[in-house]
Design a protein around this ligand. Sequence first.
Ligand code: NDP
Ligand code: 2IT
Length: 448
Amino acid sequence: MANTNVKQFMAKVIKRNPNEPEFHQAVLEVAESVMPFLEKNKKYVDAKILERIVEPERVIMFRVPWQNDRGKVQINRGFRIEMNSALGPYKGGLRFHPTVYLGILKFLAFEQVFKNSLTTLPMGGGKGGSDFDPKGKSDNEVMKFCQSFMTELSRHIGPNTDIPAGDIGVGGREIGFMFGQYKRLRNEFTGVLTGKALNWGGSLIRPEATGYGCTYLVEAMLNYRKDSLKGKACTVSGSGNVAQYTVEKVNQLGGKVVTLSDSSGTVHDPKGIDEKKLAFVMELKNVKRGRIKEYAAKYNCKYIEGQRPWNIPCDVAFPSAVQNEISGEDAEALVKNGCIAVGEGANMPTTPEGVKVFQNAKICFAPGKAANAGGVATSGLEMSQNSQRLAWTRKEVDEKLHGIMLAIHDTCVRYGKEGKGKYIDYVKGANIGGFVKVADAMLDQGLV
Ligand code: NDP
Ligand code: 2IT
């Protein structure tokens, strides 16, 4: 019964949103979890909550013209998807990457709605970005682009309306340039963006939050099975913000990270990426903006060109780069090699085939909307500090983040118990747990 409904529902979604496979993938995963729950809760069916929740409240697309260092005119496309404001102002990151198009941002905005709901904080969901490629651009070119991008975006956002942050290709540098332009246009110093630098309104722990949060959630899943990260070999993909702070926290909890990667290849360091090596990675990636290959040369370890880390044996995997980076085959290799837990630092890094492999093997699998929610949760904490015009200590923010990740774990357990309660389906738990709060708020607020 539920299955037929999912098929009919998806047929409509696909027809209304053609050529957006990533969006279809994200919606299907939620529909499969939520539809059986709806069968028992007809009030949501009558109000067509699921049909409404897949329709963005507003989509903004705009031209971003700018000039490169040689004086040549460049044109990019900018987007902001204001997906759902039932729980609070739209909140979610901006992605600058050449693969960005409407479908990618709609999938990310859709995921964000449920993720933000899971954080327990009052935030709606949104996402934006551009097909601009920051790679190989000078600081000046990045600034010119960010200023042009914000010139248009500024009319659609605000500290009580829509609060963007970083994602792939958008870090502290880009947030700074965009904040500067917003302030100049509006003559207002407000918390309109999160991920700001500490000396002008940022929060301690926000840079660390996604990686730390993902590691806390994996530790909670393992603790639930009377196990822990201590002594575990971990593979991490990516080498950006999320990957870096995952390595830091895994080390602090007694695990060992043996890989990092970028879109060119993977480094394998069986001795483990310790604090000193991580400092090298941070300098390489955040300051020099180099390639992870240079790590292999520096520390005399293996570099596997053009490959992802999933064939390297590990106890725990942290995909922290990009969507669909773990195929069904990759998942099989991970399980075969003894992987017992996966924490999705990235958004939707596992394909549907891969998710089925993990679920059938009954390993601990935390989907992105639960596992990487620590980033946006700490953005929410940054917003609270901005509103109060004060700053909390590192310890205070970290404790709040940790508490939020444990609360997300509890929600997943509550809604994701399968059979006699031994196996937790964290996908189902996160989807239903995230959905209920948004759906109830939508019912309360009438037909909007
Ligand atoms: P960064 O831009 O800091 O780093 C991105 C990393 O992913 C880089 O190492 C990059 O390599 C790699 N990457 C990008 N595209 C590909 C690709 N097609 N194949 C292989 N590797 C790729 O971004 P973040 O660390 O912030 O984001 C990583 C993931 O985490 C994303 O999926 C993002 O949506 C998600 N996320 C981020 C949050 C945050 O707070 N920043 C919060 C929640 C989720 P290269 O340099 O070669 O491009
Ligand atoms: O995917 C995500 O949750 C983010 N990129 C962070 C969003 C935010 O508003 O901090």
